[in-house]
Design a protein around this ligand. Structure first.
Ligand SMILES: [Zn+2]
Ligand SMILES: [Zn+2]
Length: 398
């Protein structure tokens, strides 16, 4: 076992204490006053100067004792609007709010790394920017942090983050997982509003039924996935909401459907977004109505930089041992660290916090999900070790 791994294991009690406090006091979206105050206090106790960004986001800079580049490490801090049913003794005290995506563990692990790196300050070549962001769960937190300048002063050269993963087979708790290239999909949430013409249910020829428009559009857009995109490029196009009308004998005037589109590559994503619009507008026009397509969320795919990703994965193997690392397939979910990775080369790892065989059979975003806290030292160790090694290796590059 490496020294840094042992040091991280020695932090277990602190990691658990931080994580449980955060778990008991979850907050939502961009507004995380209690969470940010708690994280700030821990960082200040370690000797960091902490800066606030876009409200409750935090950034702390570690100046190494030798010159070099700047590496950004990021954790997300927000919870979900879910009533917790995990049965854990440290369950949420905020009704209807729960850390069901494990962001409490991410925050604790980055605090652990902050402590390890401060203790190893003499070995740090360059700077480490520790970033704790709000609003990952659809609130545009990463984008807001970028707009607030998190990638500048000092300019960030590379970035790294990780997310918990549970319920996977054959990925024991504490295993650090890597996906070369695209690791999570893009996510475009769309709404198609149709305008028809309302009339009496006994005389449909006098109107244009928006339900007919919606059903026809729904059928027609499937052609993007089944006939138009390249076979070898993954895509998930799904409609989760469709609404029109209020009575069985009244043809309404308008209606809408909402869905999401997920891809890994720009070509497929561009094609699908263009065709969604063309098909919706074309079908509606053919049937005598109109359609408007709007995108309420447009998140790029999370793509690991090959050079940074492969190099960091080598360092992860050094610190944990190759047996505690694994390759993992990409997933169709999305992640707003993508906003950082479109601007800076970097890597997004996943850390197993409990496998199916180990009894972790409930996925995140479920009210009863549980996470194995014993995996947290591995996350802190990976953050700290990869940082020291990467900064050392690239110290003399221009
Ligand atoms: Zn989530
Ligand atoms: Zn998450």
């Amino acid at each position: 076992m490496s020294d840094l791994h042992q040091e991280a294991l020695n932090l277990r009690e602190e990691l658990v204490r931080w994580r449980r406090w955060l778990h008991t006091h979850p907050e939502l979206g961009m507004d995380l006053p209690g969470t940010a105050a708690y994280v700030r206090t821990q960082l200040e106790e370690m000797g960091y100067t902490v800066q606030s960004l876009c409200g409750t986001g935090l950034a702390a800079l570690l100046e190494g004792s030798k010159p070099g580049k700047t590496l950004l490490l990021r954790a997300d801090m927000d919870a979900l609007p879910i009533q917790e049913e995990s049965g854990e003794p440290f369950s949420s005290q905020n009704p209807g709010v729960c850390h069901a995506c494990g962001h409490d563990t991410h925050t604790a692990m980055l605090l652990g790394a902050a402590k390890l790196l401060m203790a190893h300050r003499e070995e740090v070549c360059g700077r480490v920017k520790l970033v704790f962001q709000p609003g990952e769960e659809g609130a545009g937190g990463a984008q807001a942090m970028v707009k607030a300048g998190v990638l500048e002063s000092p300019h960030v050269d590379a970035a790294m983050a990780l997310h918990q993963v549970v319920t996977r087979h054959n990925v024991p708790s504490g295993t650090l997982c890597y996906t070369p290239g695209g690791t999570m999909a893009s996510c475009d949430v769309f709404r198609i509003t149709v305008r028809g013409k309302g009339c009496h249910g006994a005389a449909p020829e006098l109107g244009v039924n928006p339900i007919h428009l919606l059903c026809s559009i729904y059928q027609a857009i499937q052609t993007i996935e089944f006939c138009e995109k390249k076979r070898q490029r993954p895509m998930a196009l799904s409609v989760g909401q469709i609404q029109a009308g209020a009575a069985g004998n009244v043809i309404p005037g308008d209606g809408f459907l909402c869905g999401s589109l997920r891809c890994f590559d720009t070509e497929t994503r561009t094609l699908a977004k263009r065709r969604l619009r063309e098909i919706a507008e074309g079908v509606a026009a053919t049937l005598g109505g109109r359609a408007e397509v709007e995108f309420s969320l447009e998140m790029p795919p999370t793509v690991n930089d090959t050079a940074v990703g492969n190099e960091m994965f080598t360092y992860a193997k050094e610190v944990l041992g190759p047996e505690r690392t694994a390759y993992l397939d990409p997933v169709m979910g999305s992640e707003d660290f993508a906003e950082i990775l479109t601007r800076v080369p970097g890597v997004y790892f996943r850390l197993s916090m409990g496998s199916w065989e180990e009894g972790y059979r409930i996925n995140s975003h479920h009210p009863a999900v549980r996470f194995d806290e014993d995996a947290m030292p591995n996350g802190a160790a990976v953050f700290a070790h990869c940082t020291l090694r990467w900064l050392e290796r690239h110290a003399f590059e221009s």
